[in-house]
Write a protein that binds this ligand. Sequence first.
Ligand code: CMC
Length: 392
Amino acid sequence: TGLVTVDPGFMNTASCESSITYIDGDQGILRYRGYPIDQLAEGSSFLEVAYLLIYGELPSPSELEGFVTRVNRHTQVHEDFRTLMGTFPRSGHPMAGLASAINGLSMFYPESLDPHDDEQVDLATVLLLAKTRTITSYLHRRRVGEPLLFPDYSHGYVEDFLRMTFASPYEKYEVDPVVVDAMEKLLILHADHEQNCSTSTVRVVGSSNANLYASVAAGVNALSGPSHGGANEAVLDMLEKIRSGGETVASFMDKVKTKQDGVRLMGFGHRVYKSYDPRAAIVKKHADAVLSKLDAKDELLDIARGLEEIALSDDYFIERKLYPNVDFYTGLIYKAMGFEPAMFTPLFALGRMPGWIAQWREMMKDPQTKISRPRQVYTGATEREFLPVSLR
Ligand code: CMC
């Protein structure tokens, strides 16, 4: 069987070759298909970036229009699907709701399940981009006990998502363009990040030829953990605890540095970035603008800034190359927009959807792909004889 190397957490194992996303963790560089993340965040739209990630090139105006039209056509969900979502406990965590709903899509769209039929895969691609948006807004509406709203594609993808999430059924909805723009940027910043935990999960599940919905639903579950996407919710929880616990920023940081009760500075650190996460830099820049525009002065922002300031000049963090990651400031923006913390990670998932799809599709076309099946080094008992229970 040859020599097997143990590599917990895949610290030094490349699971695939990929031409989608490039990261240089030492220099803090992130590019989708060669385009720098700051340029895409500045000048592109979320669906344009989704097209780029999935099909490899930026769309022409007519290609983009065709793609947007296809997504729009599928934004409505089947009435039975609404009923399915209506059976989820309203107080249950929306990440569980999102994973269950996405998994459920495969029962509603059997004509899009064959992973080796290009047309079916393309249908599943568009359905996932369209339905995840609707599902995410429903998860919020159900939590707050508001009636669900139908999609209206006279608005853009992001604007209509915000309308479906926050509008009153009785009043004309008006959203500040600054908020739409910020949401668009946040989704773009989350759209792909090469072989992270959830994307690797999508690939592992897909490598067994499981369909796209099943693979992506597994990715949503991987994302839910606080070491991964769940960190954005955990950051807010941490900031609230510091505020309400009457604890000073300095005493909290002492706990982190002495690793008391396993406390970590959530929203800090990254397996690949050993310098400032370029996404965090863009988010931080916009946090101020959005919060002041929304007139949402938040003392949690001051606490976050205080934590960052200490961390960036403290030996513990410097030695370990720990910098703020994308999750550090995003929650504060989402909160100012009106989302409750439990919705933060579903918003990450909505943004990551194009990346999961693009990576799954790349894997399915890669002649090198084999079913994922890691080896292990066995450390258990050597052979021993079984004794029936009566003799034990
Ligand atoms: N606070 C305090 N210490 C930390 C932190 C942190 N946030 N992150 C890492 N460390 C320490 C860790 O204790 C270890 O110290 P030592 O060498 O003394 O044992 C050292 O830094 C290396 O940590 P690690 O856990 O071996 O590093 P990793 O690459 O396995 O973990 C991570 C990466 C992101 C899971 C980790 O940094 C972490 O738990 N961060 C907090 C959670 C978080 O913000 N996650 C979001 C990640 S970015 C976006 C996303 O994927 O969703």
